[in-house]
Design a protein around this ligand. Structure first.
Ligand code: EPU
Length: 337
């Protein structure tokens, strides 16, 4: 087993924040879990399970045990004329997995191309982009129950997926180590083309009958044009969720701000948080090395040596100004530690 003490996490979180873990274990196989928890779990020792570190902001050293999920493997576990059930290890890189599915002609994940992170982290916040969410193709997952010390399987319903939500962020927060996920993917894909920028890209490239590879290429081009590459500029994607508001409150906002960008959502409307932040003047803002991205105001960035606290301070100032100008509360999507 790979156990390290006072281990630097600087290269293991996409914000590039230089913090240390008191204890660090790279988990390579689910069979290591019983021993890890027998040997290293202590009553007062906090435990953090990490994937690609792409949705996390460290504000201090982690004075406990970090388990980095590095379980690999992609297997087709069932195949019919219509669909495949594909199982992936939690430590598999998400985009690598999506490309594997696209290359095999298995449809359903193509709109989720190029999302940073790992397969195991994807269900925790039900990742989503360009009209598709993880829950749309999710079949089941397997996890180690830290409290009961056993493996259990979760169906989609048991995961309680919502917008950037699941049971693993709520009742079961900190309780499960996800080890693998199974997806149900279609051999005759149902393409999701509802997002305007995808259609624009297809028209521009004169593609009338797109394949899943074309959709994946379109999504990658759109993401590259708007979102900073964490390998170049530290960030964790959208820092806040798009806030949901009632239809009544939305109408009031629209009276005051006729240009407001919003989308119908269960119970009312979802506001484009990037637009709200931009209207408050933050787009492209930089103070020291903490900043708000110049092409997507919803993304906070580390230009070099910002601390987690610098980023959180900026996030709080943004929250306050959006609250004051629009009366809307922004809730972070990123996990702040
Ligand atoms: N907008 C602005 N100014 C900005 C940013 C956005 O006016 O600075 C406007 C855009 O013009 C657009 C609307 O806001 O009309 C929505 O913007 P965009 O399509 O870029 O998507 P988003 O709502 O900002 C969400 C997800 C992204 C996902 C995209 C595409 C959340 C919190 N974020 O962003 O997910 O890639 O849609 O589907 O739901 C992530 O979760 O980390 C993430 C990047």
């Amino acid at each position: 087993m790979d156990v390290k003490h006072d281990f630097s996490l600087a290269g293991l979180n996409s914000f590039g924040i230089a913090v240390k873990a008191a204890l660090f274990i790279a988990l390579r196989n689910e069979t290591e879990l019983p021993e890890i928890f027998k040997e290293y779990a202590r009553e007062n020792r906090p435990i953090l399970v990490m994937g690609g570190g792409s949705n996390i902001l460290f504000t201090r050293d982690f004075n406990g045990l970090v388990i980095r999920n590095e379980i690999t493997g992609i297997d087709c576990v069932e195949e019919t004329a219509d669909y495949v059930l594909v199982k992936a290890g939690a430590g598999v890189n998400w985009h690598h997995f999506v490309m594997h599915c696209v290359d095999n002609g298995w449809g359903g994940l193509e709109n989720l191309s190029l999302i940073p992170g790992t397969v195991g982290a994807a269900p925790v916040q039900n990742i989503g982009a360009y009209g598709v969410e993880l829950k749309d193709t999710f079949f089941s997952l397997r996890a180690w129950d830290i409290a009961e010390k056993c493996f259990i399987e979760f169906s989609a319903a048991q995961c309680e997926f919502g917008y950037r939500q699941s049971i693993f962020k709520n009742q079961l927060k900190g309780r499960m180590v996800i080890v693998s996920i199974t997806f149900k993917l279609l051999k005759t894909p149902m393409l999701q083309l509802g997002y305007g920028a995808i259609l624009d890209w297809l028209n521009e490239h004169q593609i009338a009958a797109p394949s899943i590879k074309d959709i994946s290429d379109a999504v990658m081009a759109i993401r590259r044009a708007k979102l900073p590459d964490p390998a170049v500029l530290g960030n964790a994607g959208s820092f806040f969720k798009n806030p949901s508001v009632s239809a009544v409150f939305f109408e009031e906002l629209k009276e005051l701000h006729p240009e407001i960008i919003a989308f119908p959502a269960p119970g009312g409307f979802k506001l484009a948080a990037g637009w709200l932040i931009e209207q408050c003047g933050w787009k492209g803002f930089r103070e020291g090395d903490a900043g708000c991205h110049a092409r997507q105001a919803l993304v906070l960035v580390n230009h070099g040596s910002a601390s987690g606290k610098n980023i959180v301070d900026l996030a709080m100032r943004i929250q306050e100004s959006v609250q004051t100008k629009f009366g809307v509360t922004l809730i972070p999507e990123v996990n702040i530690i």
